[in-house]
Design a protein around this ligand. Structure first.
Ligand code: ADP
Ligand code: NI
Length: 220
C-alpha cells in the first residue's frame, strides 16, 4: 500500500471535497462530512467491522449520485474505483467499498439488493440519519427548489409504494417526500445506535409536519 490508512482518508477527503465543489446543497461536501461523522459515531458502538471500509464508503458514497447524472448508476462506482486504484487501496477493500456505494441508496425502498455487510449497514444508517430531522427537512426543501417542485399541493396525495423508476423521476410536491421516504426511515435502520438517533429526528419531523399543516389551514 502506498499510504497509511490515515493518509488515505485525508487524500480521499481532499478528492471528494474538490469533486463536490459545485454540488447541490443537500449532496455537497458538508453532507459527506456529516455522514462520515455519523458513521464514525455508529461504528464506535459496533464490533467486527473494517473501519477503513466504513470511512472510504462514507466519503465516496455520493461522488456521482445518479440523480445528478441522468439516472446513470454506473458512473459513481466507476469514479470511486478509479480513485481507489490511484491511491493504491487493497483490491478487497475497494471492491467492498464499491458494493456499498452500489447498494446504499433508498430509491423508494428498492435500493436494498442482495449484498449485505455490517459496513454497509453502518454507512447506510449514517446516510439515512442525514435525511431526517432538521437537516433532513432543509435538504429536502433545497432539493425540491433545485427541481422547481411545488412545496405542497393538497390535491396531489403522496405515493409511498412507488416503483424505483417512478421514484427516481418523481417531481411531486416536496411535502410528499416526507411520506414517500423520510417518515419511513426510522423503521429501516439497521444498527442500535442508528435506531436510537433516528427516533429523535423522526419525532422532530412529525412535529414539523403538524405545525406545517396547522399553519396551512390558518390554525396557528
Ligand atoms: P438516496 O440518495 O439515499 O438514494 P434519495 O435519492 O431519496 O436517497 O435522496 C437523498 C435526499 O435528497 C433525500 O433525503 C431528500 O432530502 C432529497 N430528495 C430526494 N428526492 C427528493 C424529492 N423527490 N423531493 C425532495 N427531496 C428529495
Ligand atoms: Ni448521501
Amino acid at each position: 500500500m502506498k499510504y497509511s490508512p490515515s493518509q488515505l482518508v485525508e487524500k480521499t477527503k481532499a478528492f471528494v471535497q474538490d469533486r463536490l465543489k459545485n454540488a447541490e446543497g443537500g449532496h455537497d461536501w458538508f453532507h459527506i462530512q456529516r455522514v462520515y461523522n455519523n458513521a464514525m459515531q455508529i461504528a464506535s458502538q459496533e464490533n467486527g467491522h473494517d473501519v477503513l471500509v466504513v470511512q472510504m464508503a462514507a466519503l465516496l458514497h455520493d461522488i456521482a449520485d445518479s440523480k445528478f447524472h441522468d439516472g446513470n448508476e454506473e458512473i459513481g462506482p466507476r469514479i470511486a474505483l478509479e480513485f481507489m486504484a490511484s491511491v493504491g487501496l487493497a483490491q478487497a477493500t475497494s471492491q467492498h467499498v464499491v458494493k456499498i456505494i452500489e447498494n446504499i441508496s433508498f430509491k423508494g425502498g428498492h435500493g436494498e439488493g442482495t449484498f449485505d455487510s455490517l459496513e454497509l449497514q453502518i454507512v447506510r444508517d449514517a446516510d439515512r440519519l442525514d435525511a431526517m430531522g432538521a437537516i433532513g427537512i432543509a435538504r429536502t426543501f433545497n432539493f425540491g427548489g433545485f427541481k422547481n417542485n411545488a412545496i405542497y399541493d393538497p390535491a396531489i396525495p403522496p405515493n409511498p409504494g412507488m416503483d424505483k423508476e417512478t421514484y427516481k423521476k418523481a417531481n411531486q410536491p416536496t411535502l410528499n417526500h416526507f411520506h414517500e421516504k423520510l417518515l419511513l426511515l426510522k423503521d429501516l435502520m439497521h444498527t442500535t445506535t442508528g435506531r436510537q438517533l433516528a427516533e429523535a429526528r423522526h419525532e422532530f419531523m412529525v412535529q414539523y409536519l403538524a405545525q406545517f399543516h396547522a399553519e396551512w389551514n390558518g390554525k396557528r
